[in-house]
Write a protein that binds this ligand. Structure first.
Ligand SMILES: [Zn+2]
Length: 287
């Protein structure tokens, strides 16, 4: 994904000038967005495809360029150039609806993205242990993932069987982390350097195992990512919280970052108080 078409989009003058109020984020802070399934079931993992399209078109209009995670990391590591307004777009679980709903639009906009696939469930449904009310939907098989990689999308790993990694023995943890990379790399014939923790669940042992196998990994902390973040605990913005829409200011200004920080704090407090949030729903229901 070159992003060259997006660079050619008309960009409002205001976006080319430094913010007069100095309210823009530090230039290398980059939002990493998380989507799961694009479908109309309104489940905790679903964003309506029309809402997703409105998110992407709004980003393009505001001069953002969607990039895969490894491009951001290369830029941070090697000080390589990023587009003027980069945003990393990620999809967990590898739903078939990514291929039908997201890939064509992302390609049209010149956006890259990363899909985190569950290596032991390729071509199956998301019927790992989870609540009955969550829609079971088809997941992409290796042929689809290969086709996406050919089109320039990045494939990352999301474990073998989507367990909560913090609950596993050391041996099972090694299998989930290492085998998912091996299965995907064997099938794709490509390096798979990125990982997403199922449920965002991690502890020091999980992080050590993932850090020893992958260059980078995404958790579920709600914040805009910065070069100073640990590469194996990158925060993301779960789009479940923005299904009603969001403004570009949320992603690229200090007031937006402050709002996200508050929102993240509220979510942690609710989780601590035992009230349901999407992450705690996903975790308690085994999604
Ligand atoms: Zn997942």
């Amino acid at each position: 994904m070159s992003g060259s078409r997006t660079r050619g989009l008309e960009r409002p003058e205001e976006n080319r000038r430094p913010s007069p109020s100095g309210a823009e984020l530090a230039p290398r802070a980059v939002p990493i967005l998380t989507y799961h399934s694009l479908d109309a079931s309104r489940s905790v993992i679903s964003v309506d495809p029309r809402v997703f399209a409105s998110h992407m078109r709004r980003l393009a209009r505001r001069g953002f360029t969607g990039i895969p995670l490894s491009r951001l990391l290369a830029a941070w590591r090697e000080d390589a150039e990023l587009p003027a307004r980069p945003v990393v777009i990620t999809f967990d679980d590898g739903f078939e609806n990514f291929f039908d709903c997201a890939a064509p639009l992302l390609t049209e906009l010149g956006f890259g993205a990363t899909v985190f696939a569950v290596a032991g469930y390729l071509g199956r449904k998301n019927d790992w242990r989870q609540a009955a009310e969550v829609t079971r939907l088809p997941l992409m098989g290796m042929d689809r993932l290969r086709e996406l990689a050919r089109r320039g999308f990045e494939i990352g790993a999301h474990s073998v069987s989507h367990p909560r990694l913090t609950k596993l023995s050391a041996e099972a943890l090694e299998r989930e982390v290492g085998d998912s990379r091996r299965i995907l790399e064997d099938g794709l014939g490509l390096a798979v350097p990125c990982f997403a923790y199922p449920y965002g669940a991690l502890d020091p042992a999980v992080k050590r195992a993932v850090g020893g196998t992958y260059s980078a990994a995404c958790g579920a902390r709600l914040a805009v990512a910065r070069p100073t973040d640990e590469p194996c605990e990158l925060p993301r913005l779960d789009m479940y919280y923005f299904r009603g829409g969001f403004t570009h200011r949320l992603l690229c200004t200090r007031p937006g970052a402050a709002y996200l920080a508050l929102r993240g704090l509220g979510r942690r407090l609710r989780a601590r108080a035992g009230r349901a949030t999407p992450d705690s729903l996903l975790a308690t229901k085994g999604l």
